[in-house]
Write a protein that binds this ligand. Structure first.
Ligand code: PLP
Length: 285
């Protein structure tokens, strides 16, 4: 079965899909995106992803490519045509096609919409969840509006590559004041020595992760105390537990930060409890 992509109104074979070379996404990374998990063929936390997409578009003054009701339908159709039971749907909106020039195009331009879906290897994710992963810390070189889910990801890519070359799964990015902002494609969490869940509060410094939002609700329901504040790499290294969150794998325990083992070097009990609790509530639509 060949993969199918949605590109500007058409369902096309993934291998044949393409956009115009003057697309501002291609020329300037002038666009935004979302990644929504699929479990049992259903979109996870769909409405939260759609709301964040609309916010990102509004912040960059990019028009909506289609009404939300239509977008919901196309997302479902892409998932259906690709027969994805467990995986991801990726949707990207750019400002559209116009002769290359930095300012916004003068006339009305139709935003471009591309949607793809892919299966995830759930066994491999489960393995990472059981074993835990290593992260390495490095300076956060990104722009000042990390709350916008922009397709401009060069610093994130360089950080992830550096992490992989260091034998780690993820990079934890550290701001000029010495505090962890988030991972290159995940939010960062620790459990402090009092058993409190700690993650940085939302603002321009981090992406407000959808998994983060749902996890905070889950933790509240589980009666786990939550503190939203920045933490340093040193505090994280002496934390009881650490983990990362993202739509792809939900929660992955962190068992090593740089050269320091976290806790007893195995996934922590609160981390695993949250992972289990999320699995029960995570598919909201
Ligand atoms: N932070 C960054 C920089 C990300 O790229 C992502 C996901 O791609 C996240 C956090 C996690 O966000 P979500 O839970 O919405 O997937």
């Amino acid at each position: 079965m060949s993969r199918i992509a949605y590109v500007n109104g058409r369902y096309v074979r993934h291998a044949d899909a393409g956009v115009h070379i003057d697309d501002r996404g291609y020329q300037f990374a002038d666009g935004v995106y979302e990644v929504c998990g699929i479990r049992g063929g259903k979109l996870m936390d769909e409405e939260l992803h759609l709301a964040r997409l609309q916010r990102s578009l509004a912040e960059l003054r990019i028009a909506s490519p289609m009404p939300l009701s239509a977008l919901r339908q196309v997302l479902r159709e892409v998932v259906r045509r690709n027969r994805v039971e467990n995986g991801l749907v990726y949707f990207q909106v750019t400002r559209g096609v116009a002769p290359r020039d930095h300012p916004f195009p003068a006339g009305p331009v139709k935003p471009s919409l591309v949607i793809t879906a892919k299966r995830l290897n759930m066994a491999r994710i489960q393995q990472s969840a059981e074993k835990g992963v290593a992260v390495v810390t490095m300076p956060d070189l990104r722009w000042a509006r990390r709350d916008i889910k922009s397709i401009a990801l060069l610093p994130n890519i360089l950080a992830k590559q550096a992490a992989r070359e260091a034998g780690a799964y993820e990079a934890w990015l550290v701001d000029a004041e010495g505090y962890v902002t988030e991972g290159s494609s995940t939010n960062a969490w620790i459990v402090d020595k009092f058993g409190r869940l700690v993650t940085r509060s939302t603002g321009p410094e981090i992406l407000s992760g959808i998994t983060r939002t749902v996890l905070l609700e889950t933790a509240k329901r589980e009666g786990i105390e939550i503190v939203e504040r920045p933490f340093t790499p040193d505090e994280a290294k002496s934390a009881r537990e650490a983990f990362i969150s993202a739509s792809s794998a939900v929660i992955i325990p962190v068992v090593r930060i740089d050269d320091t083992a976290i806790g007893n070097g195995a996934p922590g009990s609160i981390t695993l409890r949250l992972r289990e609790a999320y699995a029960k509530v995570g598919v909201l639509s």
